[in-house]
Design a protein around this ligand. Sequence first.
Ligand code: DO4
Ligand code: MG
Length: 281
Amino acid sequence: MKLGQIKSHGSIVAAIFEDETHARPIPDYSMYDLVKRAEVEGVDLKTLALRLASSHREEVTPLIPIAPKEVWGAGCTYEISSSFRDAEHGTREGFYRAVFEGGRPELFFKGTSRIAVGPGQPIGIREDSKFTAPEPELAVLIGSKGQIFGYTVSNDVSAWDIEKENPLYLPQSKTFTGCAAIGPVFVTPDELGNVYDLEMTCVIHRGDRVTFEGKTSTAKLGRKIEELIGFLLRSNPVPCGTVLQTGTGIIVTQESALAPGDVVTISVPQIGTLSNPAAIV
Ligand code: DO4
Ligand code: MG
């Protein structure tokens, strides 16, 4: 099942998506209300959604699929992310590789729903950054016990030049207005198929010109998603409705550093396409 949020009769409500532009609203429930009720009552999310959804379908524009309580990032989960950072960032040889190979994953806080945007909404370029990059990533929506409600496409927008200046500046390179895009929908685990066999593409457009094209597969993800969630929850009880980004396997070039008006489009066929313009924040 594909679940997300739409505007219906003036309110933002959860909805069951039948295709990219048609959905059945779930009146009086936001996506957060829906997953919270599924968690509290211990009922299957799909069964609950089917029970509460109206029978009529509407032509819709997908909004951010949840106002996430928290957004977290995982890093150096793909070899290319750690080797790029070791080569380019002037950090100690193997600094990032040690994380890719290490027992403990890198996890960092992106923010709350304040920093998160949905399809079509502007992603941020920090005004003090000259090299802000999109990081296309699979993301997972979890409950407070770490149960997986669904998967979505995401962008861990990052100020790479600030991270490169000193790795201790990582929080500033990762957290700012519009630093996390998610959407267009969540796909429930049963419908997604093999989560470790998803093709992901990323294209950056500047007007008619393509400044970057890249792709990866979640087959290259170096950790199990349950392992990332397990570490996230260690002594850190995150709330139901938390989104965890699972790391990037696509590294853009310096020439494609985001400029205002660029449009970043990330696609995973089994989930959908997430497209966002960039803007200085
Ligand atoms: O270590 C810095 C961040 C890495 C990251 O965000 C990623 O690999 O996706
Ligand atoms: Mg990342």
